[in-house]
Design a protein around this ligand. Structure first.
Ligand code: PEP
Length: 254
């Protein structure tokens, strides 16, 4: 079980779904469905809906995040948004999601720059790491996760990393309906936490929440979230249904 000092966090990654209007409706439905006490709940709509969704949850316990950001503050970067633009609106930002790494060529170095910019702007970054199926089959999952954590945290010290959240998301489990077994999730999160200890220090490894992500559903959430060191979930598909998302959040109640 997650030690009491690490409060569970369940974040919904809406990916490229919802308009500002339907995003507000979904956020309201999630609030109506009853976010449980004792769990931090974060909604990450598409960038265009972040402001409206953030307004829709004012006065509730629900927090809002973005799915991506640029590492620079401003400039000629068509289509990008920066941490300082987000900072007044959102509290959280997902960094290094495997769809960004795989589909948009995001490198470990970019992830590191984004992470540092997010922390500097006072945002809570959720940094994603995880192996492809071929890497796992070749026995390289541990080395890859370790390398991704180390690279993401290059030049970051324990104090600066304060609010950092990590997510272990095996690429083969994202959007596939195939979930890591609870044992696989716990083992890989253990590797990530060990790497956090090396990259930062023991205190940071102990306090940093590490989530599991990859086809989490109301049916499998309880078992996954009951594992040692699994501090919550990053949820894609199931976060688009208010009742499913809240059912997952309830599974995270300590
Ligand atoms: C994700 O997008 O981070 C994710 C885990 O997606 P899904 O839950 O749909 O697998």
């Amino acid at each position: 079980m997650t030690p009491a000092r690490r409060r569970p966090l369940v974040a919904g990654n809406w990916k490229m779904h919802t308009t500002p209007q339907s995003g507000v409706e979904l956020a309201r439905a999630i609030v109506r469905a009853g976010p449980p006490d004792g769990v931090d709940l974060v909604l990450c709509p598409p960038a265009i809906a972040v402001t409206d969704v953030a307004r829709a949850v004012v006065g509730t316990t629900v927090r809002v995040g973005a799915q991506n950001m640029h590492w620079l503050d401003a400039g000629a970067f068509t289509g990008e948004i920066s941490a300082s633009m987000l900072a007044g609106v959102a509290e959280v930002v997902i960094v290094g999601h495997s769809e960004r790494r795989g589909d948009f060529g995001e490198t470990d170095e970019m992830v590191n720059r984004k992470l540092r910019a997010a922390l500097a702007a006072g945002l809570t970054p959720i940094v994603c790491v995880g192996e492809t199926e071929s890497v796992r089959d070749a026995g390289g999952a541990r080395a890859l996760i370790t390398a991704q954590v180390q690279a993401a945290l290059e030049g970051v010290d324990s104090e600066a990393a304060g609010p950092l959240v990590m997510a272990y998301e095996p690429v083969w489990a994202i959007g596939t309906g195939r979930t890591a077994s609870p044992e696989q999730a716990a083992e890989a999160i253990g590797w990530a936490r060990e790497a956090l200890g090396h990259a930062l220090d023991a205190a940071a490894a102990e306090r940093t929440r590490v989530l599991y992500g990859g086809s989490v559903s109301p049916a499998n959430a309880r078992e996954l979230l009951a594992q040692d060191g699994v501090d919550g979930a990053l949820v894609g598909g199931a976060s688009l249904k208010a009742d499913d998302f809240i059912a997952i959040a309830r599974s995270a109640v300590p």
